[in-house]
Design a protein around this ligand. Structure first.
Ligand code: SAM
Length: 280
């Protein structure tokens, strides 16, 4: 029995349910419940919160979240093989775990959640980045969630917290830092997972700001940043060519030199440029 909840150890659960990790679903499981409880604690006080967990798998992180006192966990899992282990957790914590068998990219779980909501996940990295961008770019702000605590490939985590002037600075840094305060709160070596992935991982915690740091229209900001960083080594007067007819005037109006490169422009400059472009 495990020390955090008296349920069987995860290795045994995986064996009993023949939950062999599938590469196609990005399955690298966390088996150490002390570690999953530590990740759950990085999300802050869970006692008065609903937690949305994406990709619970055999339930290591789910058990950490419940043992740390989450009011309710709503877990979305694509793999039907994980439903057996998850229902055992659900029985152990009556009325506190609800599981939806679905692709997280295709459903909106909002109506099943009561605020405040914290989102916590150890997801396959491609799905994680896509969901992160969706969570950061709703048309209106603040969003339904108050924090995100997410596992990423370490290199992606470094891109999220990167500052201007760094090679890692780009779209993820700008979208994340515009509306939240991302911090790397833990780093994990490959051996923390079963099977071990080839890369190192890191947990990033984002607290949603009550309003974005600088005003800007979200789609204008997304498109200008995507275009500029698509050719990050070029001067903005080249990389943003075609954005509008009087590009150089617009850049100057936003306080940006047309000869600057995307990497040099701070968040405030991108928001100013998005406003100027949107006004047109
Ligand atoms: N949370 C577990 C842990 O920490 O051990 C499992 C993590 S494993 C990296 C990723 C999990 O996400 C797997 O259980 C996988 O089946 C699930 N998954 C993959 N793609 C998904 C999707 N699009 N929607 C929901 N779950 C998904």
């Amino acid at each position: 029995m495990s020390s955090i909840d008296g349920l069987p150890p995860l290795r045994e659960v995986i064996e009993t349910h023949s939950l062999v990790a599938k590469k196609s679903l990005g399955q690298n499981f966390l088996l150490d419940l002390n570690l999953t409880s530590k990740i759950a604690r990085q999300a802050g006080n869970l006692k008065a919160c609903d937690v949305l967990e994406v990709g619970p798998g055999p339930g290591g992180l789910t058990r950490g979240l419940l043992a740390e006192g989450a009011r309710k966990v709503l877990a979305i899992e694509k793999d039907t093989r994980a439903l057996g282990p998850l229902s055992e957790i659900s029985e152990h914590y009556p009325n506190r775990l609800e599981v939806i068998n679905a692709d997280a990219l295709e459903i909106n779980p909002l109506e099943k959640l009561t605020p405040p909501v914290r989102i916590v996940a150890n997801l396959p990295y491609n799905v994680g980045t896509e969901l992160l961008v969706r969570w950061l770019t709703p048309a209106s702000w603040p969003p339904y969630w108050s924090s995100l605590t997410l596992m990423f490939q370490k290199e992606v985590a470094e891109r999220i917290v990167a500052q201007p002037g760094s090679k890692k600075y780009g779209r993820l840094a700008i979208l994340s830092q515009w509306r939240s305060t991302p911090r790397i709160v833990m780093e994990l070596p490959p051996e923390a997972f079963s099977p071990p992935p080839k890369i190192h991982s890191a947990v990033v915690h984002f607290e949603a700001l009550s309003e974005p740091r600088f005003p800007a229209d979200v789609s204008a900001l997304e498109s200008v940043v995507a275009k500029a960083f698509n050719q990050r080594r070029k001067m903005l007067r080249s990389s943003l060519k075609g954005l509008c007819t009087d590009l150089e005037d617009r850049l100057c109006e936003a306080g940006i030199k047309p000869t600057d490169r995307a990497e040099q422009i701070p968040l405030e400059g991108w928001c100013a440029l998005a406003r100027v472009i949107k006004q047109k």
